[in-house]
Ligand binder design. Sequence first.
Ligand SMILES: [Fe+2]
Ligand SMILES: [Fe+2]
Length: 275
Amino acid sequence: MSDSHNITPRDPGFEFSDDLPVNWHSANPVISHMYNGLSVTFPDGEKFFVDSVRHFRDEITDPNLAEDVRRFTIQENIHSREHVAYNKYLAANGLRPEPLEAGVRFGMNLSRKLPKRMQLAITCAIEHFTALFAEVLLSDPRALENAHPDIANIWRWHAMEESEHKAVAFDVSKTVDPGVGGYLRRCLAMTVTAINFNLISFFHVLYLLKQSGDLFNRSAWAEAMAYFWGKPGVWRRVLAGIPTYYRPSFHPNDRDTDALVKKWRAWYADAVQTS
Ligand SMILES: [Fe+2]
Ligand SMILES: [Fe+2]
């Protein structure tokens, strides 16, 4: 079980000033829009994660896990709010994220019609993706080294908190949906989610590139391919962490990120909290 004291909701209140560049990462629209496209999924996506866990709050008898759920809920609600502000900055820069947001909302509303244990299994799968992505961002300085510091900080803060609460949905699922049935449901959810998450992320990048007029920017694509699949290979490393999810004994804390989170908590206290 995860330790409640490892989950700390923070309220950073990031500001998105008008002079932030839209190609904020490496001056590269493909890399920037991969992150921007993910941001578009967060407000409605994270509401879904929270609801899928809270459906079961009356079945959680372990006080530590109940406290984890409470802290997870606060963290995800603040993430949603900050990414609403982030997405307004995208809109202010003419990227028109609204149709993408409507698509995410439609997909989430469809998912809400699934059985509640399957909704929770979907959340477990996406939380594993976000935990892997967070680990790459926090452990490899190259992942955000050429990014605008203000937006890099948002991703670091979000990554740190995703690492902190990475086991909460999974622990709830193991509690309320145990045994072979729960295992198979989580495997099915991961398979469907892995396909959908990659397709949707790619579609979001294409849409945003079309909006910014960079769809056929070959040099940006070439540099981005190296970033995602070569070195540092951000997406390659996320995908490399997926197969272990299918192990029957899998648990998110198998990947020990405590030292990493500790390091970034010190960063947050120094660079964000005091600013
Ligand atoms: Fe989040
Ligand atoms: Fe999360």
